[in-house]
Design a protein around this ligand. Sequence first.
Ligand SMILES: Cc1ncc(COP(=O)(O)O)c(C=O)c1O
Length: 358
Amino acid sequence: MQYPSHGANYQTLYERFQIPMPEKVYDLSENVNAFGFPAAIKEKWHQLLRHIMTYPHPEAEPLRTLLAQKHHVKRENLLIGNGAAELLTFFAGRFTNQKVIIVHPTFSEYKTTLEAQKAKLVELAVENITAYQLPIEQIKKQMKDAACLYLCNPNNPTGSLIPKKTIEELLIFGKALGCEILVDEAFMDWTDETQSAIPLIEWYPNLTVLRSMTKMYGIAGIRLGYFIGRKELVEELNDKLPHWHVNALAIEVGKWCLEDEAFRHESIAKHAEIKARLEHYLLEKQCIITNSATNFLCFQLKEPEKTQDFYFDCLRKGVVLRHTENFYGMDGKWLRIGIKKAEAMEKFQQIMDEWYGQ
Ligand SMILES: Cc1ncc(COP(=O)(O)O)c(C=O)c1O
């Protein structure tokens, strides 16, 4: 059975599995903000018309400066991309024939983009999926002749946080050996930011942090992500990226998102409340859950061998979860669930209640 490699775009899933699509479908397979995007985007949408006919600023200004200010870094250390996904592709382009380490289960695009560039992948796995505890000694052993280590923090699909002190320990080790570390913080803005590696940038030239604006600000269709790292790397990647790769509408929308800090705080609070209720429910059903700091988590049924049946039962009844068939170490025995509005979560719980005959 050919499972898709990402969440979202659920219509394709129904077509692929030839399951009649219910009239109402709740997509819990992706992790975009359940409460949409900042109100200013709708209110000021008409203002975008004047940007349609002109080329965007080639360095995505004023957004680049605003983001640098937000993170207390220099403008020259920040590079905006057409989504974090675009930057991952260009970053991977530097590792042809070089050794790169990834730690599973993690975001599938690392492997995809690195393999496309013919990097030599070393794939390690965490010992404990719920806590996503890194195999530090194995990582250090591999770092000795590796060009880069990729880390995802909070990790997708588990949602778990890697402590900043662990990342710093690896940075110190890598700095001495000439091994870079990419920390993908696409979901860090769902946390209190205390574990973000961004403040370490000025001490470790071997560190690059990747951020995405698409999840928190509900703008996955607009596309915005950015790198923070050493100036030379920013320049090197900028030279490779197409001119005007960040479109003018995205620059404006990104600016409006940054102006609405209250939206971010409210989103965190609303999702946290729903997530706490979901965790409680899943534990009552004797599921194992990952230790998530963000707006999604993974769970395992008390009968993991029935995961596929449960996944398809949910699909047939209009709830789309994220399978874990292509997450190394999870092997389809877990499901990822994005936190969505109460109605969607209630539907999920109703299906699970029925599944357990309650
Ligand atoms: C961990 C992680 N990094 C990066 C991305 C790409 O984000 P963007 O939408 O900004 O391209 C995703 C998207 O799902 C993700 O989960």
